[in-house]
Design a protein around this ligand. Structure first.
Ligand SMILES: C[S@@+](CC[C@H](N)C(=O)[O-])C[C@H]1O[C@@H](n2cnc3c(N)ncnc32)[C@H](O)[C@@H]1O
Length: 325
């Protein structure tokens, strides 16, 4: 199956380059998309090879179960084993592609990303037999109609130019009844949204190095707020969408005013890269729960599992099913 799919991709104008199937031409018309990707390419280069990734990956594996409704790793393993072909759409440096591939050696994983990170993925996991690495836009894949059983699109959809068009592509490549794990950023309080929009729209006019330096300072701020160990009863300010109640000072500031991520288990550098991830991409839409459900429903998917946190909405969806919850 691997050879067949690779041969098909090669007929679509792709060529082999350092273990990656990539397009033979650059498309100058998509400059906003390219700018968005260079943020990710730079981020992955900074993170991979400089950090101890084990704690971050452990965090993300556990979070993946929660985001998509798996009670434990065994439940995920048995789900993955029932999928013949998985598309890891927006794979970054490929660790989740490799994780899914390791859970079921008979499943073929297509690991796809538009940024240079896919070369890191091929370098790190090129020995894994059941993965194909593809560089390209997940809104326009070289995969045949109905050739994929499961699309895992973890923390990516909101970074695509037109999420509805991306979902239409997922629908095209999925078999009827195929599954999609989808995640989008949640809308936050008004002060946070205004500040975030300032950066995402490019009005802040900072280059990536400056954003990286700023992310270090914001990580420091997050750590300082956390280390106060202050937990208070904050007021609700509905006019500003500010949610109060009993919470730590760091969480109150973080969700209502300014993203200043800090996670002690992940460590300083991984926290910096999480902040960079937020401020650098030029495409990062945020959705309310209703907007997310409508987007997915309009693309012809039904929900089998929905999950919401302050930071995100996610769920497991089935092509062609009515919305069940
Ligand atoms: C926040 S990272 C998530 C990576 C990975 N899914 C994970 O959960 O660790 C977003 C990734 O999506 C990729 N991406 C964004 N838009 C894309 C597009 N249109 N086509 C392919 N990849 C895209 C970026 O290059 C980046 O590597």
């Amino acid at each position: 199956m691997k050879q067949e799919l690779e041969a098909h991709i090669l007929t679509k104008g792709y060529m082999r380059d350092s273990g990656v199937l990539c397009l033979n031409k650059s498309d100058g018309s998509r400059s906003r998309l390219q700018a968005n990707q260079s943020a990710f390419g730079e981020k992955w280069k900074k993170v991979v090879g400089h950090d101890d990734l084990a704690p971050v990956e452990a965090f993300h594996r556990a979070w993946y179960l929660k985001l998509y409704g798996f009670s434990d790793e065994e439940a995920l393993r048995s789900f993955v084993a029932r999928q013949k072909v998985i598309l890891d759409a927006g794979a970054g440096y490929g660790f989740k592609s490799a994780y899914l591939a390791s859970l079921s050696p008979d499943t073929l994983v297509v690991s796809m990303d538009l940024s240079e990170s896919i070369y890191l993925a091929a370098e790190r996991y090129g020995d894994v037999k059941n993965i194909i690495f593809v560089r390209g836009d997940i809104a326009s894949t070289p995969l045949p109609d109905g050739s994929v059983d499961f699309v895992s699109c973890d923390q990516v959809l909101h970074h695509t130019i037109d999420p509805a068009a991306t979902l239409a592509e997922f629908s095209r490549v999925l078999v009827h009844g195929g599954h999609a794990a989808l995640y989008v950023y949640a809308k936050k309080a008004l002060p946070r949204e205004l500040l975030d929009e300032h950066f995402i729209s490019g009005r802040a006019q900072l280059d990536h190095d400056a954003i990286w330096q700023m992310s270090r300072k914001l990580t420091e701020l997050g750590r300082m707020l956390e280390e106060t160990n202050l937990e208070l009863d904050f007021p609700d300010i509905p006019e500003l969408g500010v949610t109060g109640g009993r919470q730590s000072l760091q969480r109150f500031v973080y969700y209502n005013f300014i993203k200043c991520f800090w996670n002690e288990d992940m460590g300083f550098d991984a926290s910096v890269s999480t902040n960079f991830d937020w401020y650098a991409p030029s495409i990062a839409y945020r959705f309310s729960q209703d907007e997310f459900e409508e987007l997915v429903r309009n693309a012809g998917f039904g929900a089998t599992y929905l999950h919401s946190e302050k930071a995100c909405h996610s769920g497991m969806f089935t092509k062609g099913d009515a919305l069940t919850n």
